[in-house]
Design a protein around this ligand. Structure first.
Ligand code: SME
Length: 152
């Protein structure tokens, strides 16, 4: 289990004074991905245009470049603006398998300081049922703290 207080202090310290969304995404991905061996792919998909997600900063193997809001776990998080914690990706209708080894996922919506959906944050694990409600709560809080300083 991650020491989320420690992670939060690190991210907030590194991101101090930064308001550029991509710089913040890159920093967040790096810190989160290396914080826990459960995390095999960690990255952002950015909202671009009408109901389209495009790959943003990530760590891990290749991610799909474009995901419509209508598809996959990332699309569901963007469409519903709610967290998607999927214990077994094979049971998720329409799951997009960027990597055959992925077993579970946590995808969180990312809002800027104006409450606008700017991205989703996707963590994939090769372990089944890797993510807990505590992961979801802590990472959602961290995303709010980091991206509230971004304005459109
Ligand atoms: N599995 C995701 C797609 C993104 S990749 O796995 C990196 C989904 O179904 O939304």
């Amino acid at each position: 289990m991650i020491d989320y207080d420690d992670l939060r202090q690190r991210v907030v310290a590194v991101a101090e004074g930064e308001t550029d969304a991509i710089a913040l995404m890159a920093t967040m991905v790096c810190e989160v991905h290396h914080a826990d061996a459960r995390f095999d792919w960690t990255g952002f998909y950015r909202v671009v245009g009408h109901e389209i997600l495009k790959i943003g900063p990530y760590q891990g193997g290749h991610g799909c470049l474009t995901i419509p809001f209508s598809r996959g776990v990332c699309g569901a998080a963007a469409r519903t603006r709610t967290a998607q914690r999927v214990a077994d990706v094979e049971t998720f209708e329409g799951h997009i398998a960027c990597s055959a080894s992925t077993r579970s996922e946590l995808v969180l919506p990312v809002f800027n300081g104006e409450g606008r959906l700017i991205a989703v944050f996707d963590i994939d694990s090769d372990q089944p049922d890797a993510f807990t409600p505590a992961d979801e709560a802590a990472l959602s809080g961290l995303l709010s703290a980091v991206f509230e300083r971004v304005r459109t």
